[in-house]
Design a protein around this ligand. Structure first.
Ligand code: GLC
Length: 517
């Protein structure tokens, strides 16, 4: 349960963790009228633009993958410019780290209507790095381990998405751009454009919908349309697709603009191979589509400063990277041979990450003088395969079937080659992180991998989804690794490639401003 300072205990019998108050008052009663959208138009030039991110996770509070990193780091990068007032809203999961929960401030609560439901919605806040975060509290929906994977995820995120719109009057904060991410927040864009935009304060809010992965669309039975999602007859066509409710489709239809997390992926999802059935909708709406490559937090992923590493080093002096390698081999019980290249994978162990290519040729690869390190969890079949393989080749492969942030950084820094042969990859952050530590990526040319890794400049690439094409390029990298002088130059170019948000945050800035014209 939430333990915000202003909350004493779970005293009331509501489904939220905060103490309920009967009356709801705006958090900032004295806020000037000019903060509303109606008045805003006259003074828009001088005011900071108000951006609200709506997402299901964000670092540093809760993270299951790349989405959280992007929400945390992009919001911070945007807030550092004085053009934007950036706020983020996510659910208050019970898994949010206590060190943060204890610092949250309880603002108040209200009740959110959705079809016949009327649910408690507590609001907590916390400011980090210039970004105001809001947390939506409801214990019935969010006091569970993890973030997803429940039978009622549709209902949980419908409640969350509706709450986002309901808390706006309470906060007296109506964004200029409501920036929704992935299917869990798709309904915020849908509700905005079907119900709320008819209200004066909401009428100028623009919706941007960013697809981090088109595979997960939020598909539900049409029977749930009214009863669960509170969408009635005239709007049915917006969310109906191939005889189901499809929330991602609805958001694409409703938003002013939609984007993907790399330019290449924006092209790819116009085709059936990548679009998981949504290619027609993407093509129909392509006039409002763009792709912006993600950045990474280059202060966090920094070989000079990262305290998780066995030793720190600089891009112009990699001598301590050898210490990282030796200690990593020691930790993972691999022979401490400095001349043997280490090929690593830090990945979810699922098929679209290209694991079937790996399992196809790994025994051929292991004939070379290499060591392979795997870190990640996922499909039981892949987990079992790598554990079994590690038993057969204990001196050559280390399989770590866990999710471990500390170990991942030790692996990024202690390896020589980073393998990422994804079948599809909307952006991918790991190849950029590997580069930052001077570890050379070998990637398939898809999505953000194509946009971020340039052959022989900062990595190796192969085009076709073919195991032996991958093996061929890996062998080339293993061969080149022996040429120390050239390899050091490659490491330097990789480690100094600019993967910060500086460029991409500007592209978002332009996109927001364009949307507000
Ligand atoms: C999703 C995508 C990944 C991307 C991340 C952040 O996890 O699968 O490619 O990097 O979102 O946008």
């Amino acid at each position: 349960m939430a333990t915000a300072k202003t909350t004493k205990s779970n005293e009331t019998k509501n489904t939220g963790s905060a103490t309920a108050k009967k009356t709801v008052k705006p958090a900032n009663k004295t806020a000037k009228k000019s903060t509303t959208n109606t008045a805003k138009n006259t003074s828009v030039a001088e005011e900071k633009k108000k951006i609200l991110f709506v997402a299901s996770e964000s670092t540093p509070f809760i993270a299951t993958g790349g989405l959280a990193e992007v929400i945390g780091s992009l919001s911070k990068a945007l807030a550092s410019s004085d053009k934007f007032d950036v706020r983020v809203v996510i659910p208050l999961y019970s898994d949010i780290k206590k060190e943060y929960r204890d610092k949250f401030t309880y603002l108040g609560n209200l009740y959110v209507h959705l079809a016949w439901r009327n649910q408690y919605c507590g609001i907590f806040t916390y400011v980090k790095d210039g970004v105001t975060f809001y947390f939506i509290d409801n214990e019935f929906y969010f006091k569970r381990p993890g973030c997803y994977g429940y039978y009622d995820d549709g209902e949980r995120f419908a409640f969350f998405s509706r709450s986002v719109l309901e808390i706006m009057p309470f906060l007296n904060f109506y964004p200029d751009v409501m920036h929704c991410h992935d299917w869990q927040s798709a309904l915020s864009a849908i509700y905005l454009k079907t119900n709320y935009c008819f209200r004066e304060e909401y009428q100028f809010i623009r919706a941007l919908f960013t697809i981090h992965n088109i595979e997960y669309q939020g598909q539900y039975s049409l029977d749930l349309l009214c009863d669960l999602f509170d969408i009635f007859g005239e709007y049915r066509y917006l969310v109906e697709y191939k005889n189901s409710i499809n929330l991602m489709k609805g958001a694409i239809e409703c938003c002013e603009r939609f984007s993907t997390v790399s330019p290449r992926y924006a092209e790819e999802i116009k085709n059936a191979y990548y679009a998981h059935g949504l290619e027609d909708i993407v093509r129909k709406n392509e006039f409002k589509l763009c792709g912006i490559l993600n950045g990474i937090d280059d202060l966090s992923y920094n070989c000079e400063l990262d305290s998780h590493l066995f030793a720190n080093y600089k891009p112009d002096d990699f001598s301590n990277k050898a210490v990282c390698k030796k200690e990593l081999q020691n930790m993972l019980n691999l022979p401490q041979n400095s001349e043997t290249p280490i090929i690593s994978m830090v990945s979810r162990l699922v098929s679209h990450k290209g694991l079937d290519l790996v399992t196809n040729v790994i025994e051929e690869l292991l004939q070379e003088d290499v060591q392979v390190i795997i870190l990640g969890t996922g499909d039981a079949s892949f987990e079992g395969y790598f554990m079994e393989l590690a038993k057969r080749y204990p001196d050559k492969i280390s399989a770590n079937i866990v999710f471990n942030g500390d170990l991942s950084r030790k692996i990024y820094s202690g390896s020589d080659i980073f393998l990422m042969p994804s079948k599809s990859e909307p952006c991918g952050l790991s190849q950029m992180i590997a580069c930052r530590y001077g570890t050379i990526p070998v990637v398939r040319e898809t999505g953000g991998l194509f946009d971020s890794i340039k052959p022989l400049h900062n990595g190796y690439t192969f085009a076709n989804y073919n195991a032996h094409d991958m093996l061929y390029v890996l062998r080339q990298a293993i061969f080149d690794y022996k040429n120390k002088e050239e390899w050091s130059k490659l490491m330097y170019r990789a480690a100094t490639t600019d993967f910060s948000w500086s460029h991409s945050a500007k592209e978002y800035e332009s996109l927001y401003l364009d949307m507000l014209k």
